[in-house]
Ligand binder design. Structure first.
Ligand code: FES
Length: 64
């Protein structure tokens, strides 16, 4: 699923960035170009990142 159409960034790209240690939109942007063109996806990208971090924390058994 594309999160950022301008840059062709998918949910998998963002999850991979989070698995590599990113914990915010800014940190995900160090690994992907999400939100760096029109900016229209930034709110949904942030929501997806927060949701993924929360799910990951629950899976690993600690608070986000
Ligand atoms: S849709 Fe992501 S920067 Fe435009």
């Amino acid at each position: 699923m594309y999160i950022c159409l301008c840059q062709g960034v998918t949910d998998r790209d963002i999850k991979a960035s989070i698995e590599a240690g990113a914990k915010s939109l800014r940190e995900v942007q160090a690994n992907t170009p999400v939100g760096l063109n029109c900016g229209g996806c930034r709110d949904s990208a942030k929501a997806f990142i927060d949701e993924t971090l929360e799910q990951r924390a629950q899976t690993l058994g600690y608070a986000a």
